[in-house]
Design a binder for this molecule. Sequence first.
Ligand code: NAD
Ligand code: 13P
Length: 352
Amino acid sequence: PPKYKVTIVGSGNWGSVASKLIASNTLKLSSFHDEVKMWVFEETLPSGEKLTDVINQTNENVKYLPGIKLGRNVVADPDLENAVRDANMLVFVTPHQFMEGICKKLIGKIRSDAQAISLIKGMEVKKEGPCMISTLISQQLGVNCCVLMGANIANEIAVEKFSEATVGFRGNREIAENWVQLFSTPYFMVSACQDVEGVELCGTLKNIVAIAAGFVDGLDMGNNTKAAIMRIGLREMKAFSKLLFSSVKDSTFFESCGVADLITTCLGGRNRKCAEAFAKNGGKRSFDELEAEMLQGQKLQGVSTAKEVYEVLKHKGWLEMFPLFTTVHEICTGRLPPTAIVEYSEHAPKFP
Ligand code: NAD
Ligand code: 13P
């Protein structure tokens, strides 16, 4: 039988780790071509060299995952069309705000038998309403799109510390099992869950809760307060997901993509870290500034997701039902001070 050819669209912190996981498996599994292509959004490094050239020469993404070998079968390519041309398994892993533009460029450029998976945590909001990234991909490109989410801080997986992940799928379990095989390693345990909307919403919404948890850390409010914020956040994650998609299952929140990702992100994620600094500065320095200074080119998803979810809540008349999500957005935009996170999160916020 013909072998699967894999291309990874994205090469940031998590995208690079995903390429390492996948490349170790394509070498071992006979149903996949050894070579894994990775599309790189090209940039010039301070040394004057192109990032793609350095990745191909050193086998390391020196900017987004320094010190980790990706596998010699990973080939970086700055040409998006060329990178996807031969692939029938496409892995999407970029910050969510870039996916709409990338999809537009890919229309008519991918193989008709291609399958896709999204590792992207986020959503788009259109006039018609919210659109999950996997839906954007499947609608724009006419492909089936699974998702992979979980408690997956990339730098920890890069050094092969054990973690779990959840593949969300609809319909065909065989396709999901193929993705599970492509990602699974002894230190990365993947299971499939037939609830694509639930899995993707868990991964997306926990980033808003992580911002709230960061505020609590910045204000030195302690562990009980942080646990309370995580509990309220989880409750809003579940309520919002079920209001958008009645098919979302309670059990999904107990998978890696649910409570486990919420916990790890609130303890050790980038959203948490930048929100802590934001609260420490009393909201005087913007998230854009803090992101640029603290993350060296990596991107936050929680601040924009809070805005996107706020737009949905406002449009649907649901703001009062989601005080934590609402308050996070109001703090990020400077309408409320960081201390409002506890004053308002259990109460419907009343704005002046
Ligand atoms: P990242 O945060 O490292 O972002 C940097 C990437 O964005 C680089 O590849 C850069 O080239 C690219 N980029 C910058 N400007 C661009 C543009 N205009 N167009 C296209 N690309 C551009 O990325 P990441 O960590 O790989 O995250 C990707 C997704 O994976 C996000 O949705 C994130 O929430 C999710 N995720 C991240 C982690 C993690 O620990 N890093 C873990 C799980 C999931
Ligand atoms: P941050 O983007 O906050 O680092 O979260 C990473 C993540 O999604 C872990 O699963």
